[in-house]
Design a protein around this ligand. Structure first.
Ligand code: BTN
Length: 293
């Protein structure tokens, strides 16, 4: 079984092994709790950290911890995942010491149908941090893929257990490709994935990036609970890879739908106006790449 470092000793953790960055011989930094704490400005998120040099999935561990009453804001952080999971039962490529693999425990006082807003919020916080910290032009593809051009740089997996009318506990898992080189991705992802390092040509300090994501997430979370989702939805639309008012093709529960993208509603559903004028709300589905800019 994976053993975490004791979160109460996070300031004194001995640094984890520092491997050579593939391809360059240069050392990469370990993303230890102490490294993250040096940059963290969030008040609560990321202050209790369960850190694993290797784990199956940070989301699985965070769901266990949430069920065991770990408080809101606790973070599961790993240098490597052996069974990282993505949406739609896909796997998440998790090369050691290269990416950010993190899962945050939330206990939001919102109705269950609004839970997808928290994954939208994570995607906005990630895209914003990539743009501000790493100088990229990240965009979001509904529901919460973060892209550079057509290539995926980050993804978000929100999960909860049980079926209550209110969200009791939720885990938001964040995967960001940071210091991967082309050879760190499996061949099947070579043409569709990218990383900060591939885009910028230099390694990025993962602790600085994750601290920025957590701070942006916490700020938006407080605002959502206080004021509702309107500002978040506008922020999401401003970062959308598909412009509001533009043509869209979506694979949804009822097959392919073509029309105009009119935005996302307060439950996170994609709203499409078909050429016949009918409005369709899609709670889940996939934007078909044919019309991506
Ligand atoms: C997706 O785009 O399909 C979502 C990817 C989410 C990956 C992250 S990595 C940290 C956390 N643990 C997991 O097993 N998955 C999420």
């Amino acid at each position: 079984m994976n053993q975490p470092l004791d979160p109460s000793r996070r300031h004194t953790d001995a640094p984890a092994p520092i491997p050579d960055a593939p391809g360059t011989g240069a050392a990469t930094d370990a993303l230890t709790p102490a490294a993250l704490q040096r940059h963290l400005r969030a008040a609560v998120f990321g202050h209790r950290i369960f850190y694993y040099p290797t784990i199956d999935s940070t989301n699985d561990r965070a769901l266990e911890l949430a069920a065991a009453e770990e408080p809101e804001g606790s973070l599961v952080l790993a240098e490597e995942q052996t069974a990282g999971r993505g949406r739609r039962e896909r796997s998440w490529s998790s090369a050691p010491y290269a990416g950010i693999y993190a899962s945050l425990i939330l206990r939001p006082a919102i109705a269950a149908p609004r839970a997808p807003l928290l994954t939208f919020m994570a995607a906005v916080a990630v895209a914003d941090a990539l743009n501000e910290v790493a100088g990229l032009r990240a965009r979001i593809k509904w529901p919460n893929d973060v892209l550079i051009g057509r290539r995926k740089i980050a993804g978000v997996l929100g999960e909860m257990r049980g079926s209550h009318p209110e969200v009791r506990e939720m885990v938001v898992g964040i995967g960001i490709n940071v210091n991967q080189t082309e050879t760190d991705f499996p061949a099947t992802l070579a043409s569709i994935a990218t990383s900060v390092r591939i885009e910028r040509g230099v390694p990025q300090d993962r602790a600085v990036l994750l601290a920025s994501v957590l701070e942006g997430f916490e700020r938006r979370y407080a605002r959502l609970l206080r004021d509702g989702p309107a500002t978040l939805l506008r922020e999401w639309e401003a970062l959308s890879s598909m412009p509001v008012g533009g043509a869209i093709a979506v694979g949804g529960p009822a097959g392919r739908l073509d029309g105009e993208f009119t935005g996302i509603d307060e439950d996170g559903s994609l709203v499409v106006r078909t050429h016949e004028g009918a409005l369709h709300r899609l709670p889940f589905g996939e934007i078909l790449d044919t019309l991506l800019p």
